[in-house]
Design a protein around this ligand. Structure first.
Ligand code: ZN
Length: 284
């Protein structure tokens, strides 16, 4: 494994990076740099493997000695037309196959939303869609992680905005293949965050932990995520909480930022590793 050479930094065995974080790099270049920093995992965005087969992508990642926490992202289940909802389920079935070929542990589900439909009704569509995916997902050995998105995305991207709504779907389906991805960017403001994290941990539903920071003021609602430590989120406290809840999975850095994409990506990655190491150490 290239990450264990004595000339390189100590392995960040729990740390994974989402390919979108270093979007200017192609997959091979990204995993080469990640491995050289001792990073243990890469969460693969669908866009990062366009033009190659999932098997080819798996070989590139495996050769670099990395694992794949997640394929990002499936979902987008909501549409007023039943035929469209069926098409979305079919698309996600294909993503389950892709994830299996990538040896990804899970698919992150951004569940979708459509303006003008009651959010409660849409959450029913989401539960129905995941209900139909869970059998094939279990057969493929790929977990399904529902990611609540910040309420600023409730109209068009996600009708699930708090952990509580994601948890209720998990409870309704009652299947160990279905859980929740906790992304600090989306849920840091939730007054019930601590109790919901504890509850997910107790239920075995805490599948993923995504790290970045909330810039103040935020200049763009999508592409202005901040590097950990450059925003207002209590990342040490949250990392402590997920660990206290029994979470032993990956700490995944997921930053999409027009500003950081313009920087030297190798230097940016070094800063990510340093900031993560400080959080990891303080969180204990
Ligand atoms: Zn995320």
């Amino acid at each position: 494994m290239s990450g264990t050479s004595s000339t390189k930094p100590a392995p960040q065995s729990r740390l994974a990076i989402h390919t979108i974080t270093t979007k200017p790099w192609g997959l091979a270049e990204a995993v080469g740099h990640y491995a050289a920093q001792g990073i243990g995992g890469v969460s693969v965005w669908v866009e990062a493997i366009e033009g190659m087969s999932a098997g080819e992508a798996h070989r590139i990642i495996d050769d670099a000695g990395l694992r794949v926490p997640a394929l990002v992202r499936g979902g987008f289940f909501c549409d007023a037309a039943a035929s469209q909802r069926q098409a979305r389920v079919d698309h996600n079935l294909g993503l389950i196959e892709t994830a299996a070929e990538l040896r990804a542990e899970m698919i992150v589900l951004v569940v979708g939303a459509v303006p003008g439909e009651p959010l409660d009704r849409q959450r029913g569509w989401v539960a129905d869609a995941i209900d139909r995916l869970r059998g094939p997902a279990a057969a493929a050995g790929v977990r399904l992680a529902i990611e609540p998105l910040h309420p600023m995305y409730a109209a068009e991207r996600s009708c699930i905005n708090r952990i509580a709504e994601a948890r209720r779907i998990c409870e309704r389906l009652d299947d160990p293949i279905v859980g929740v991805a906790v992304d600090v960017y989306h849920v840091w403001w939730d007054p019930d965050l601590s109790t919901e994290i504890e509850r997910l941990g107790r239920d075995g539903s805490l599948f993923a932990f995504h790290l970045c920071d909330w810039r103040v003021p935020t200049r763009d609602l999508l592409n202005d995520r901040a590097l950990m430590g450059d925003g207002c989120i209590d990342l040490v406290g949250l990392t402590r909480q997920v660990r206290a809840a029994g979470f032993t999975g990956w700490d995944e850095v997921e930053i999409f930022s027009d500003e950081h994409w313009q920087e030297d990506q190798a230097e940016f990655l070094e800063r990510i590793v340093r900031r993560y190491a400080a959080i990891d150490q303080q969180a204990g």
